[in-house]
Design a protein around this ligand. Sequence first.
Ligand code: ATP
Ligand code: MG
Length: 579
Amino acid sequence: MKWSKNYIYTLKEAPTDAEIPSHKLMIRAGFMKKLAPGLYTYGNLALRAIRKFEAIIRDELNKRGCTEILMPMVHPRELWEETNRWKEMGAGLLKFQNRNEHWFCLGATHEEAVTDYIRNDLKSYKDLPKNLYQIQTKYRDEIRPRFGLMRGREFSMKDAYSFDINQEGALKSYDLMYDAYRSIFDRLGLNYRIVKADAGNIGGSQTHEFQLLADAGEDALLVSDTTEFAANIEVCPAIDATPHVSNEAEKPMEKFATPGQKTIADLSKFTGQSENELVKTLFYSANEGMDPKDKSLKAFAVLLRGSDEVNPVKVKNLLGLSNPPTMLTDQEVLEVSGSLPGSCGPVGLKIPVYMDNGVAGLKNYIVGANAEGFHLKNVNHGREYQPTKTADLRMARAGDKCPDSSGKLVAYRGIEVGHVFYLGKKYSEKMKATFLDQNGKAQNFEMGCYGIGVTRTVQAAIEQSHDADGIIWPRAIAPYQVHICALDPKDSAVMSLAESLERELESQCVDVLIDDRDERPGVKFKDADLLGFPVRIVIGKKGLDAGEVEVVERKTKQVVKLKPAEVHGQVMKFLEPGS
Ligand code: ATP
Ligand code: MG
């Protein structure tokens, strides 16, 4: 392909809304252009990378007996009401009416659509298991689309759904997809981790995320320094490396004045006690906003050591909510505790109080007195108040004990590129999707669902693989593998060598772009570095007259000067896996 025939452009500057390197580079390389927040046109080069990634996905899934289908992007409201997700997904679903005033939404995910597709037609245990997948545009009305394709509103996802006769079969299907995902991300040659994760509002119990490691990742991960243990911070058990258990005798409780001491840091300074000996009280609402007529406030409190941070996902799971709880407003805190935040505590509260494990070992601690400007000291649970439940509710952090060894946890940032879920019968029961078992009895399908963010992965690959000059494409998804800089495109010897190399390489499935623009060498080299294809061949009239062509590896910038006849061999060497 010649540059002049394609539509390729590069920019000197990235727009100000591009915050992370991969977003800046994709815009500067002309790979995509914003149409509106979270909506992008993919240029030809980006599309080539996307198509190559899709081909890898199809190959690994087809090999494992998965079947490709394509479902509609527009779904009727009734379908999503069957699972209650029309409400549960909230404003994340883009809803609209057609000319007949029927409600529809754009597909944010396809559990409902695929369950509808198989129900009544996938009838017998003899036809199971089945795994159906599609690669399709999804729409989610993300509150804050950002980082380009990382968090778009419209994006491409591969979503697969497995149907089995029982849990044993479903877990086998899960393992098969886990294995497929491993092969898919291995083929990209990127640095990733598989971590335990939260099921979000898809439901289900067993779930793993595939996370590409990158500083700009939105997810915090904790990984054992000793074992294979790795978890998203959202679900990572928090275990103190040295448990704090006080053996002090219980002292009489006292109320004392703490004027103006609102934060834990203030209080620590004021009392001389370290933050991990103080106890803070946070207030939340368990209302899920399902029923707008339900105005009652289902408030509850969470107790943590002053130095700890609450983990809203753990709280959500403890209470069986479908979304993490929202914090009460100051006014609501005043209503339920009698004081504004800053002087609140568990003693005398009439709402449920959930205590983090970290507080359980403390004795004679300080909490707010539920009276403005006052705190209580020498408070002990079981004596002044009774926690409703004690559980692991804090965020784990680097340095905590590894949950399955004596090792420690280490922190990383990750970009979630894939997610596998075991769903059980959640959807098949709600949607009455059954098959007939060996005894002719109707049974609900056991399901799993499996997503890969196709467009997110392509950008994440760049986030993990770039340098100051531009992108360094992994070979497997590089839009082109070879970039020929024809420095004197009007010279027939230069162009004929470029074209014959292109023919030869393409016959071996190596994609070649020839920069045949009438531009200075410096401009061409800069653009080649920015676009980041793995190998560059430089053909100039002067070099060619001396019988010399340059081959450059993008990753290492290693330059090899060769005779024209040796170029092909050197290119193939640079393109070898692991070179
Ligand atoms: P996140 O926590 O990042 O919002 P999610 O848990 O909502 O992701 P899933 O519903 O599991 O994601 O979707 C499957 C995959 O689709 C994700 O692993 C991710 O790679 C991709 N994905 C999800 N939301 C977006 C988005 N807004 N833009 C691009 N890709 C996305
Ligand atoms: Mg999401």
